[in-house]
Design a protein. Structure first.
Length: 186
């Protein structure tokens, strides 16, 4: 919980009073590798702060797993569309290794917004960060070649390739495993 507190203080102004209120919205959880934080078809009612481990967002397309996001330490994971609109999730969020998270409960968080402007600001900044990262990833598919997407990943997130399998990375980058292998060799 301390790394979350440190992260929040880097993100925005946050008083001890706001932390006390926010603490009531938080719950630490541990997931085993392969366990789902969110199932396809469920309504998302939480935002997860990744303390240790990593997870991914993926969906099944004609029997093929499509990876759309990976969340590592100090990232926030959620399904923004489902969280905001109360609609069923079109994808799942799955622990890729033993995962320790801090769960922000949506209902409690919405109530806390009315008690503290700082918490409301924090919630907005968290969601803005998640949406900005998603937009960057989507934009990469229209503005970059597969090679450029790979090079960008290597430059901006070098730890990614050390932790995520080639097959999953290829899916995330929208290319075949063979193409990714060729690009890595160069």
């Amino acid at each position: 919980m301390e790394n979350l507190k440190t992260y929040i203080q880097r993100l925005t102004t946050f008083s001890p009073e706001s932390w006390n209120i926010l603490s009531g919205c938080l719950r630490e959880q541990v997931f085993s590798k392969g366990e789902r934080l969110l199932k396809e078809g469920e309504i998302c009612n939480a935002i997860y702060f990744i303390s240790s481990g990593y997870c991914k967002a993926s969906y099944n397309q004609d029997g093929k797993e499509m990876n759309t996001a990976f969340y590592f330490e100090n990232d926030f994971a959620t399904n923004t569309k489902s969280l905001i609109n109360g609609t069923e999730s079109e994808f799942e969020i799955l622990a890729c290794e033993p995962l320790h998270v801090v769960r922000f409960d949506k209902a409690a968080l919405l109530h806390a917004y009315t008690a503290s402007r700082e918490i409301e600001t924090l919630g907005r900044k968290i969601l803005e960060g998640i949406v900005a990262r998603q937009e960057e990833h989507v934009k990469s598919f229209t503005l970059m070649t597969p090679k450029q997407r790979f090079e960008n990943l290597v430059r901006t997130r070098p730890e990614f390739l050390q932790r995520v399998s080639l097959t999953q990375t290829a899916s995330y980058l929208g290319m075949s495993r063979e193409t990714l292998s060729r690009l890595r060799r160069k």
